[in-house]
Design a protein around this ligand. Sequence first.
Ligand SMILES: O=C(NC1CCCCC1)[C@H](C1CCCCC1)n1c(-c2ccc(-c3ccccc3)s2)nc2ccccc21
Length: 233
Amino acid sequence: KEKAEITKEQQAFMKVIVDSYNRHQIPQDVTKKLLQEQYSAEENFILLTEMATSQVQVLVEFTKNIPGFLSLDHEDQIALLKGSAVEAMFLRSAQVLSTKMPNGHTEVLEERIRNSGISEEFMTPMFNFYKSIGKLHMVQEEQALLTAVTILTPDRPFVKDHPAVERLQEPMLEVLRKLCALHHPREPQYFARLLGRLTELRTLNHYHTEMLTSWRMNDQKFTPLLCEIWDVQ
Ligand SMILES: O=C(NC1CCCCC1)[C@H](C1CCCCC1)n1c(-c2ccc(-c3ccccc3)s2)nc2ccccc21
């Protein structure tokens, strides 16, 4: 019995994470902008760097609210943020695309992304990921916790104290498992499928530098923050 129930402290824990996740304002802006018109590859690249820069700032605020994160070794805090920023960006982008929109808007958005300047070879893996996230119909709490679980991945490059990160990730996974059972009672494998998406995320992470350098334009410009996050220049 007690295995399934979400305890009082787990609820409080989850509230902190979900509230802080919902202070995310970027997704609406990017959807509105992209639906306005098809921009040139240059304009889209600038839009991406702007969105990504503010997304990283929001991600840092979100991460600081994860219980226990600030008591981790400071260099490990940086390593976790650097290691997860791109995955959080793709996860957020997937959630933006799977948000319910008026008829035809999703198709327009997809078209704009296909013609944004990203080279063709990345479209299939990227949209496969977006579709697979969409099919999960995640509730907000699941989205917030999945992002927190992604950030608290112990085996990121340069993380020294793995066990300390695992100790933070475990309660997160426990609450997420209970949430999945609660919101998707008829899908016992839902939690496993959710975690399977994290593997797909790592593949996209693997492509990201090439996606940027092969963007259909010359001499892409990056802000110092993005050079840190995107391993470019
Ligand atoms: O603005 C965006 N995403 C925001 C990021 C911060 C959080 C909110 C969403 C971009 C736009 C794509 C079209 C051109 C402008 C930028 N976007 C992407 C990305 C495709 C490739 C991406 C990437 C990231 C890092 C490295 C290499 C490549 S992100 N998928 C989207 C799905 C739905 C709506 C927007 C989406």
